[in-house]
Design a protein around this ligand. Structure first.
Ligand SMILES: Cc1cc2nc3c(=O)[nH]c(=O)nc-3n(C[C@H](O)[C@H](O)[C@H](O)COP(=O)(O)OP(=O)(O)OC[C@H]3O[C@@H](n4cnc5c(N)ncnc54)[C@H](O)[C@@H]3O)c2cc1C
Length: 438
């Protein structure tokens, strides 16, 4: 087994790992190794905004996880895409720029994480942004991730927004501004027509500049080495080659994402004792919390038929339409190829008695039966309703002690009455908008 050593070893070059690697190496004092299980972000569909619809099912850039059978969803499995490429999920995501609600972070602080309240994390969000609004109290320019307003204003989105205003929602042009509720166009992480990610904005430029930063791709970290209660290095493999051990003189920084980080901790002996023992893993630190308290924002999609041919389905149905769409992007960076997962959306309270904005609905200007399916032949679009504050809690566990095995994901969607009621109320609200004629 070969052995190397660095000051810092960063596991995962996704949204977080790319920034970590760049910041740790930028002054040249420390040697930094980044280990990323996927390859470089060379696939063209990572960069063309609408390409997320291809990356979302592409095993070359995606872990393509599935949940277990979900009891409250008629025993369906739910598909969980996660980026497996430089840029991580930030290279395959829907490009909607959304920082979350202040209450999200204050909730973390109040549950025992000092330093993670909204006021604490805001400066770091600002450091990341290169925002079209420039420097304000809530936005900043000059960071590695470019945030823009979509160039195209479409009849479909304009009608949706007008219908929302018609049922009493306020127009909101900045969901990351002073308040989140309302309806409007999203802000997108796009630069000069192409996806902007922390990998593109931070990792690539730093790597070109800094010899002390080493990025190793197709390097799957199998476990963290723990000595005297401290992480001292990791073991990883590249393809079918032998395991390599690398030591961290200062720190191992875990940036494997919300699914793979708990998986890696458990493989390394950090997690709930009984679960680890049942998989034959030596317990290094008994931590009941690892892999527990899983929360995911389930979405329910309403497939709609437009009364006029104003959807992407209509624009790309014919060969001529496809050619015009291609030209529109090549020459003007506009049209369907420049679209994110959703162009417009709304944030709302599912009922007046709830204390925070608990619902989001996003308008997808196209429709299909499911992920990766062809577009419908009719003028279709989707209104997808999503719960921001689910009360259902799930788990991520190990399937076995093999680092190559996918984890066991059980979100327990809709396992509380509160969450079931949310969807009934929220879908009624979304339908109110759909019924309005503009
Ligand atoms: C399909 C999809 C759409 C989304 N849409 C949006 C959106 O529109 N707006 C928004 O704000 N958010 C969106 N998100 C969420 C957002 O992209 C993520 O919250 C964010 O990217 C997470 O960053 P991260 O660094 O924690 O993890 P990731 O970006 O997922 O990075 C983790 C990295 O670690 C690597 N890795 C994992 N395990 C190992 C291992 N054992 N060894 C080596 N490398 C490893 C992975 O390959 C990956 O590159 C979306 C997410 C997905 C999956």
């Amino acid at each position: 087994m070969s052995e190397q050593s660095y000051d810092f070893v960063v596991v995962g070059a996704g949204s977080a790992g790319s920034i970590m690697a760049s910041r740790l190496s930028e002054d040249g004092r420390f040697s930094v190794l980044v280990l990323e299980a996927g390859g470089w972000d060379r696939n063209v569909w990572i960069h063309v905004p609408i390409g997320f619809a291809k990356s979302i099912i592409n095993k070359g850039v995606n872990w393509c996880y599935q949940t277990e059978l979900e009891p409250e969803l008629h025993n369906r499995k739910v598909y969980w895409p996660r980026g497996k490429v430089i840029g991580g999920s930030g290279a395959i995501n829907g490009l909607i720029y959304m920082r979350g609600q202040p209450e999200d972070f204050d909730g973390w602080r109040d549950s025992g994480c000092p330093g993670w309240g909204w006021k604490d994390v805001l400066p770091y969000f600002l450091k990341v942004e290169d925002h079209y609004l420039g420097d304000t109290d809530l936005h900043a320019k000059g960071g590695p991730v470019s945030v823009i307003k979509p160039k195209d204003r479409t009849k479909l989105c304009d009608s949706f927004i007008a219908a929302g205003v018609g049922i009493g929602l306020e127009r909101n042009d900045d969901f990351n501004g002073p308040k989140q509720d309302g309806i409007g166009y999203y802000d997108l992480t796009v630069k000069r027509g192409f996806r902007s990610s922390s990998a593109r904005g931070a990792l690539h430029p730093t790597k070109r500049r800094q010899p002390n930063l080493n990025v190793c791709v197709y390097a799957h970290v199998d476990r963290i080495l723990i000595g005297k209660g401290k992480a001292v290095g990791v073991e990883y493999h590249v393809g079918k080659s032998a395991t390599t051990r690398v030591l961290a003189r200062r720190e191992v920084v875990l940036c494997g994402g919300a699914v793979n980080t708990p998986k890696l901790l458990m493989l390394s002996g950090v997690g709930p004792r009984e679960h680890l023992k049942s998989k034959g893993i030596d317990v290094k630190v008994d931590r009941q919390e690892v892999g527990r308290n899983l929360q995911d924002h389930l979405s329910a999609r309403i497939i709609c038929r437009a009364s006029e041919p104003i959807t992407v389905n209509d624009q790309v149905r014919t060969w001529l339409g496809k050619i015009l769409t291609g030209l529109n992007f090549l020459l003007r960076r506009r049209g369907p190829l420049s679209y994110a997962a959703a162009q417009a959306g709304m944030f709302f309270k599912s009922r007046t008695s709830v204390p925070v904005v608990d619902g989001q609905a996003f308008l997808l200007p196209f429709s299909a039966e499911g992920i990766g399916q062809p577009l419908h032949a009719f003028s279709g679009f989707n209104l997808s309703v999503s719960q921001s504050w689910p009360s259902s809690r799930g788990t991520i566990e190990l399937r076995d002690a093999d680092p190559r095995s996918a984890p066991v994901i059980r979100p327990n969607y809709l396992s509380t009455e509160e969450d079931r009621t949310f969807f009934v109320d929220a879908i009624k609200r979304a339908r109110e908008i759909l019924r309005r004629r503009q």
